[in-house]
Design a protein around this ligand. Sequence first.
Ligand code: 4AD
Ligand code: MG
Length: 465
Amino acid sequence: MEKEIKRTKIKELLSMQPGAEVVAKGWVRTKRGNKNINFIALNDGSTINNIQVVCDMKAFDEEMMKKITTGACLRVQGDLVESVGSGQAVEIQAKDILVYGTADPNTYPLQKKGHTLEFLRSIAHLRPRTNTFGAVLRIRHAMAFAIHKFFNDKGFVYLHTPLITASDCEGAGAMFQVTTLDLNNPPRNADGSIDYSQDFFGRMTSLTVSGQLEGELGAMALGQIYTFGPTFRAENSNTPRHLAEFWMIEPEMAFYEIQDNMDLAEEFIKYCVKYALDNCMDDLRFLNDMFDKELISRLQGVINTEFARITYTEGVDILLKSGRDFEYPVSWGVDLQSEHERYLVEEHYRRPVIVTDYPKDIKAFYMKQNDDGKTVRGMDVLFPKIGEIIGGSQREEDLDKLNRRIAELGMDTRNLQWYIDTRRFGSAPHSGFGLGFERLLLFVTGMANIRDVIPFPRTPKNADF
Ligand code: 4AD
Ligand code: MG
């Protein structure tokens, strides 16, 4: 018996010299031709490019050929030959075709090209088979890999922080509760409130909004750590930049002051963008041509640009002097809205901007307090089209100041003693930040809606798939 030929991925086939007999496996993108000859465009997800399969119709059973329609899955064996048509260097002259799975043309939703992104969201289980989502998901993978490589090369430790938590890191209260209590009949205390001591963890718990607090514990032992995992926010924000479940990268470094933190953030983003340009060009070129003609030049621009660095107070001054009629009026003390952030980035500086020293009242309890008594050493990195891509700060390492801030905010310290302990035992200056992974992907892919850079988005009123 002849030895079975192993499958070669299409990405590799397309870079091979003609001559060998090969096996390709993948899904049909299109089939065209006449009664003598058929051309099948086959894609297996290894690259945005298809391999052309040429079928001499005399050699194949007509009934079998009819089953080959858009979406069907095939095994194709044949000779890799030089392509006579334009558009590809090689193609497969088919000798044997096996149909693994058919896709009924009357019901398979991905027939024609040019479906709207909105429609594709409603078929998120099939959209990875489109060129667009293939490209986005390969880039998403490459960025995840680049992030691990960046920190690994710098000697950071990847720390796994818990997803279920009893503390609220950002203090925004936008948390999803985790419980196994019977919601129709929960156990109650004498005063009628719910008795969480009978819940699974013996207390009230939620999904985490950030791994930072545990990340700080790691940095105070290992020196430099990062987290990279899902985080959850129950904010009812139905915008193109918010998800209820998103992935965040949170580095935390002992002995880093705010300047060091900014330097690392800038280096980190540039590294990721450069990695995409160096490793994902086929996919970027496709997205550039399809959606955003300035994508690649914007990416190249960012790696060669120094980010502007300003204080919140300077930013507010610029906004006040802009003469703009913002939907949300600006004054010192208000949180910057995305229209303000975008004005600073896209119109005033025309490059990424790092804003520092925010009013303490609009930032979380853990940020290092400045001597002015009004501002904290926070930093947000603002990007064109996206607004805030990174949020971070130097942390308050002084036990008394931290305790005073916690009391001022009326926070419950029972769930935070372990965190406060780091300031009691061997406290040190330290800093960190959080990069929203999907916000980075919005920038790198040029997609306009955050629902289109994660395989299965979770947003208010939507947990399909
Ligand atoms: O600014 P945030 O809330 O900061 C923190 O969570 C800190 N604990 C980070 C730290 O210092 N370790 O969130 C950080 C980033 C934002 O800049 C944004 O990119 C992203 O997370 N982000 C979201 N991305 C998608 N959907 C949402 N609902 C997001 N909320 C924040
Ligand atoms: Mg923030």
